[in-house]
Design a protein. Structure first.
Length: 183
């Protein structure tokens, strides 16, 4: 007699209070400026039997950008950079989940910023072992990192420095620290 097993597929909702999308970029070619987006939403459809069949969909509100400088935040929301009035969100949807040669989990996905969509790869730490919080919810967490060139997404504003070089670096390091609650 053959026993059929149901795939263990579960849905998890992003907990925006315990999640953050951070970035860093070289400023004046001498140090990094860091910032974060504080308004995130998304879901993880987790295939517990085969994580490579899992899917993540996420959205970030551009207006939630915070670099600890109101003037800089305003400039980043302007048409020079994100043009938040016309493009209020950026989005990510996975296209592939796999393990690289080192055994690390790699999540590839379409990242859309403004009206440009490019495939990016995040190296992922996690997901963690599910844990029950004090209110009975089941949670998991993960961290993911990638590097993009901002010009690939139409974020090309810059200024030349008198001493040579440029004000804003082209490479952006993105780090996601995410916590999900089982639906």
């Amino acid at each position: 007699m053959t026993t059929l097993t149901t795939p263990a597929i579960s849905t998890w909702n992003l907990d925006p209070v315990h999640s953050v999308a951070e970035f860093k970029v070289k400023h004046m070619m001498i140090s990094n400026v860091k910032g974060q987006f504080t308004s995130l939403s998304g879901t993880l459809t987790l295939d517990e039997a085969d994580i490579t069949n899992s899917v993540v969909k996420a959205s970030i509100e551009i207006a939630s950008i915070n670099t600890r400088d109101a003037q800089r935040d305003g400039h980043l929301k302007s048409p020079d950079f994100f043009h938040a009035d016309q493009f209020p969100t950026m989005a990510l949807e996975t296209t592939r989940v796999a393990h690289n040669a080192d055994g690390d989990l790699v999540v590839a996905g379409n990242l859309t910023i403004k009206d440009v969509t490019r495939n990016v790869e995040f190296v992922v730490e996690g997901p963690s072992v599910p844990a029950k919080d004090p209110w009975g919810n089941i949670r998991i967490g993960l961290s993911a990192t990638t590097k993009i060139n901002r010009k690939d997404f139409g974020l090309s504003w810059n200024a030349a420095l008198e001493s040579g070089g440029i004000l804003v670096g082209e490479d952006i390091i993105i780090t996601l620290d995410l916590q999900f609650v089982k639906a």
